[in-house]
Design a binder for this molecule. Structure first.
Ligand SMILES: [Zn+2]
Ligand SMILES: [Zn+2]
Ligand SMILES: [Zn+2]
Ligand SMILES: [Zn+2]
Length: 138
């Protein structure tokens, strides 16, 4: 007779009741839960494997493990952009002057703040005009 599968959460054998196969193991449906907040993770829901007996729900993973956005400080589980040696939500990577969302190739580094190319050149131009004007005074 084959050995009965035991649920890693309650260590009781899984009989005929519904079970879920996740994180490489068979669990009672109500016992596959987030190790951090104990919320039950349903069959179709996403989870993040921590080790062979523990997993985190999306929410906890974002909170505790995902890289934090440089702008809003919340965790990033999708749409991550790495720029200026920090991580950003795609939505949060905005020009510090005009607030336009930035695509990476439009990005300029303004002392570790994102700046888009238009604003960057706009600023350079102003600087140039100002310094030209200053020159004329002497
Ligand atoms: Zn169980
Ligand atoms: Zn959780
Ligand atoms: Zn963000
Ligand atoms: Zn701008």
């Amino acid at each position: 007779m084959p050995k009965k599968h035991c649920c890693p959460q309650c260590a009781k054998p899984i009989g005929l009741e519904q079970a879920i196969f996740a994180n490489g193991k068979l669990w009672h449906v109500k016992h596959f839960m987030c190790t951090l907040c104990a919320v039950v993770i349903g069959a179709g829901e996403g989870y993040h494997r921590l080790d062979e007996k523990s997993q985190a729900c999306d929410h906890c993973f974002e909170e505790h493990f995902a890289p934090k956005c440089h702008k809003c400080r919340r965790g990033i589980s999708s749409d991550l952009v790495v720029a200026l040696e920090s991580s950003w939500h795609r939505e949060c990577l905005r020009c510090c002057k005009c607030e336009k969302t930035l695509r990476k190739k439009m990005l300029q580094d303004a002392f570790e703040k994102p700046l888009d190319r238009d604003c960057f050149w706009g600023q350079r131009l102003i600087h140039q005009i100002v310094s030209e004007a200053e020159k004329e005074r002497f």
